[in-house]
Design a protein around this ligand. Structure first.
Ligand SMILES: [Zn+2]
Length: 199
């Protein structure tokens, strides 16, 4: 399988709401997707990392050849995730980033990441499995890439009044409005339609 660097790999994941429904949220960044495995801003609501195997499963959906996750990897992952979540929230709010969080992300980003690889060579890319630590480094490096855009206001909250989801706007025109068209985008359309009918 061809492996793309973190900033170029496909993003997005399913969110489960309390009533058994699920919807697709593409945060626009690997690092933000990762932050949302713990319900940024709403701790516990979307917690997907209850044990080390949850971490392994999440990574396996993105990188097929990641080795098994240990308890220690989970602790590392949660510490990195918390730092990314707070930095992204601060960027979205236009607030000051905490130096400790910056240090945490930089620390993980400084370790070896998952090397990108092209299919079709003689040596099989999947033969040597990458360590969870390398995957965390890839996520941290993606966070560095993400937060480099803070000045462009590309890290923003969804436009819906009752939705605080934060995304990274990858669009050329920087005019993304909704966390998801399926969810808040359609709700806003329906609301506008009803208001028009009433008038
Ligand atoms: Zn929304």
């Amino acid at each position: 399988m061809t492996r793309l660097p973190g900033y170029a790999a496909p993003t997005g994941q399913w969110f489960h709401s309390g009533n058994g429904q699920r919807w697709w949220f593409d945060s626009g960044s690997l690092a933000l997707d990762f932050a949302y495995t713990g319900g940024m801003g709403e701790p516990g609501r979307w917690e997907q990392m209850r044990d080390a195997s949850d971490l392994g499963d999440w990574l396996a959906q993105r990188y097929t050849d990641v080795g098994e996750a240990a308890e220690r990897d989970l602790a590392d992952a949660l510490s990195l995730r918390g730092a990314i979540a707070r930095l992204a929230q601060a960027a979205s709010d236009g607030a000051q980033a905490q130096a400790d969080d910056i240090d945490t992300v930089n620390l993980f980003a400084a370790t070896p990441d998952i090397p990108p690889a092209i299919d079709g060579g003689r040596r099989q890319a999947g033969r040597s499995r990458v360590r969870v630590g390398q995957a965390l480094s890839t996520i941290a490096r993606d966070a560095v890439n993400l937060l480099a855009h803070t000045g462009e206001r590309r890290i923003r909250e969804c436009d819906a009044d009752d939705c605080q989801l934060v995304f990274y706007d990858e669009s050329r025109t920087n005019n993304r409005r909704w966390c998801s068209m399926q969810r808040c985008g359609n709700r806003a359309k329906v609301k506008a339609f009803r208001a028009k009918e009433k008038a």
